[in-house]
Design a protein around this ligand. Sequence first.
Ligand code: HEC
Ligand code: HEC
Length: 214
Amino acid sequence: MRASSALLAAALALAAAADEMEDAKRRWAESPHGPLLERILPPTFEPRDLPQAGSTGAALVRRYCVQCHNLPNPAMHNAAKWPGIVDRMVQRMQGRGNLGPLMSEMMAGVSAPTEQETRTLVAYLRRNAQRPLDPRRYPDVNRPEGEAFRVACNQCHVLPDPQRHTAAEWRAVVSRMQENMAWMNRVVGTKAVPGEPRLRVEEINAFLAKHARQ
Ligand code: HEC
Ligand code: HEC
């Protein structure tokens, strides 16, 4: 009984999240800046992927963090980064951010979390954050065999701890990151173009596989 009502609550929360994502997408579609906003974060992460999907923190992410862009993954950033990012986002939601004219155009209908909700959001994101790679544990990250990984994988977030995934999981993550790079307009070429940086996927996977979880 309790389990099924918890499931029902989670299903309702996901339906509400779907509505809010739809609202957000409509807002992008109507804004002349829509294409820019849609590209801020990739569409790879779904509400059902949020850790502890039934928690207050997850509900707050679904409610506030899809108003301008796709759903952020708490594991994208390490714990130390989240307070500053949330602070920047909350200022925008309150209409005090940078990108002022762009955001104020979209401000109608955008709501901001209270102080208490902001603390809950930050705690939730930190609790489910990325664990950064410790270079003392993996000194080869600074040697030639770590270069492809080091250069490509810290453009958007810190270098992740290789123990996070198995080698097979890493291959899937790395190919999703290639899609993220294309979506977010970062360096993505896998073929050598003279004078252009190239994503050396095989070398990245080899480095991660060497240190991956068994
Ligand atoms: C009022 C609009 C708005 C809302 C609401 C919003 N963001 Fe953002 N977000 C932006 C804009 C604009 C950018 C791109 C510029 C930047 O990075 O500051 C961005 C970028 C991001 C990025 C990518 C940049 C980075 O530092 O990695 C993350 C992650 C992010 N937001 C997380 C969140 C979270 C978490 C929430 C909810 C607490 C949230 N956003 C709510 C407007 C918003
Ligand atoms: C263009 C920006 C960008 C680059 C470059 C990038 N990432 Fe990510 N990364 C993201 C975003 C956005 C997320 C959250 C959404 C997601 O998980 O797809 C993320 C999340 C992650 C996560 C946490 C989620 C999980 O499934 O464990 C890991 C680990 C990760 N990235 C590893 C990498 C690796 C390895 C590389 C280098 C091949 C890389 N990233 C390069 C944007 C990027």
